[in-house]
Design a protein around this ligand. Structure first.
Ligand SMILES: Cc1cc2nc3c(=O)[nH]c(=O)nc-3n(C[C@H](O)[C@H](O)[C@H](O)COP(=O)(O)OP(=O)(O)OC[C@H]3O[C@@H](n4cnc5c(N)ncnc54)[C@H](O)[C@@H]3O)c2cc1C
Length: 444
């Protein structure tokens, strides 16, 4: 595919996470040949955890040509079992078999590193059009001169790098977002949600002596145990070789010892104490974790931004819409952003239109991404209720789901699924580009 500006545009991407990698790949697929990724870390080093590959994401991964790299790792989900934490009573069993038929792709889950590696393989195959710069941290940005300030390999010296377009996929702690807000005298305001998450992975050999747990590993189901202020979601990944467990609970650890990092090794005894009132099956599961492998993430969000664009610079992914994990859509939305950015940029015929093009991208993406951030937060509120009467009403709603009721867990609510999974960001961009471009032109 050729883009009118494809051979001339120098595009710098901040951050080689899910969003940055997908953006680079989509740009090359759309005809761009001079794409540079600047990543602060020395390698991709993704923490071990599972990730949900919903239909809206697998659709794009297939388009990007990287699905084959991770297909073997993925596990297809056929049902979601929602259970009371203390009794293990199944409150709701939602079949997911309709997903493939209704949205053209099944709902899958996979290892996070399988997704990252698939995107990385795609980028490497796109060499020389994509160049990686590891241990290259963006420390500043000059919006007028269109350049980023990069500190490489921990050197004291920083250097400025020019670019025609700068795409900031530098995550929830985004330096570029901070600079963009500062330009307008606004405060960068990453909000503490008061919640944290343990990410745990059990291997088959750790579970195979326990028939009940082994059945879960061999199933095509997610298991969600809900209790006051805490819940656990677990599912098999890596072709049923690994059981991925992710929790949400009140943040005690980070609140007690604030650090610059929002990810840390955590204490196994503290984790067991946090879930001590959960049913024996959950406790046996948590007991199996190797003490040195308990990882905890602080969960943060950001108030919606007025804009994602400044001049020739645009934010994407967690940099502009960090989310709670309850819908499993953070990475998917970052990747959709990247795909749409590539389409929009590929349609531009004049350098003078780059700013307008980026505003079109914002129009295409902002409302959807921010709506999903709100829905994830709403789902979290429903799952983590503390008031007994409200819990009882919610649990009854769960029981009624099989009779066509709406689901308090938005992740398995049919209307939310229609909105999230039934959406093709490429079709949407193609459909609205002309109209939005004309509208943005009129406003400038
Ligand atoms: C507990 C938990 C569970 C989750 N589960 C799911 C799930 O099941 N499904 C899902 O879709 N999403 C999930 N998410 C969300 C998902 O992980 C994120 O939304 C997604 O990774 C965002 O991608 P990103 O590229 O925007 O940011 P990131 O993946 O965070 O990547 C940012 C990159 O930028 C780099 N960087 C940062 N600062 C700089 C700098 N100054 N210079 C250069 N590089 C820099 C970082 O090193 C990193 O590589 C979960 C999140 C959490 C916390």
């Amino acid at each position: 595919m050729s883009a009118p500006l494809g051979l001339t545009l120098r595009i710098a991407i901040a951050g080689a996470g899910m969003g940055g990698l997908a953006t680079a790949l989509a740009l090359v697929q759309n005809g761009f040949t001079n794409v540079h990724l600047y990543e602060a870390a020395s390698n991709l080093g993704f923490v071990g955890a599972g990730i949900q590959i919903a239909p809206n994401l697998s659709r794009q991964l297939q388009r990007l040509g990287v699905w084959e790299h991770m297909a073997e790792d993925a596990v297809e989900l056929k049902e979601a079992s929602i259970r009371a934490c203390a009794t293990n009573e199944e409150l709701s069993n939602v079949k997911l078999t309709h997903v493939a038929e209704r949205y053209g792709q099944p709902h899958r889950v996979a290892h996070r590193s399988a997704l990252a590696n698939a995107l990385y393989q795609g980028c490497k195959a796109a060499a020389p059009h994509v160049t990686f710069h590891f241990r290259a941290a963006i420390v500043g940005i000059d919006f007028d001169k269109r350049r980023i300030q990069v500190r490489e390999r921990d050197e004291d010296e920083e250097r400025w790098i020019d670019a025609d377009v700068i795409l900031a996929a530098d995550g929830v702690k985004s330096v570029v977002r901070k600079c963009m807000l500062a330009l307008h005298g606004e405060q960068d305001d990453a909000q503490d949600t008061g919640q944290a998450a343990y990410r745990i992975m059990l291997r088959r050999d750790q579970m195979e002596h326990d028939p009940e747990l082994l059945t879960m590993l061999d199933s095509n189901s997610t298991f969600r145990w809900i209790g006051p202020q805490r819940h656990i979601i677990a599912y098999p990944i890596s072709n049923h070789a690994i059981f991925n467990i992710s929790t949400t609970h009140p943040d005690v650890n980070f609140a007690a010892e604030p650090t610059a990092s929002w990810t840390t090794r955590a204490d196994k005894r503290t984790m067991l104490g946090m879930y001590a009132d959960f049913c024996p099956a959950v406790m046996r599961m948590l007991e199996l974790v190797t003490a040195s492998e308990v990882c905890e993430w602080k969960l943060r969000v950001h108030r919606p931004l007025r804009t994602w664009v400044e001049g020739h610079v645009a934010l994407l992914g967690d940099a502009c819409h960090p989310t709670l994990p309850h819908l499993g859509q953070g990475a998917s939305q970052a990747i959709e952003d990247g795909v749409v950015l590539a389409i929009v940029l590929s349609k531009l015929t004049r350098m003078d239109d780059i700013h307008t093009g980026l505003l079109v991208y914002e129009r295409l993406r902002k409302a959807r991404a921010e709506y999903l951030v709100e829905e994830a937060a709403a789902s979290g509120r429903a799952l983590l209720l503390t008031d007994p009467a409200a819990q009882a009403a919610r649990d009854e709603a769960f029981r009624q789901v099989t009779h066509g009721g709406t689901n308090p867990d938005k992740w398995v609510d049919r209307a939310v699924q229609d909105f999230v999974y039934g959406f093709d960001c490429v079709d949407d961009a193609e459909k609205h580009y002309g109209e939005y471009f004309a509208a943005e032109r009129r406003q400038l």
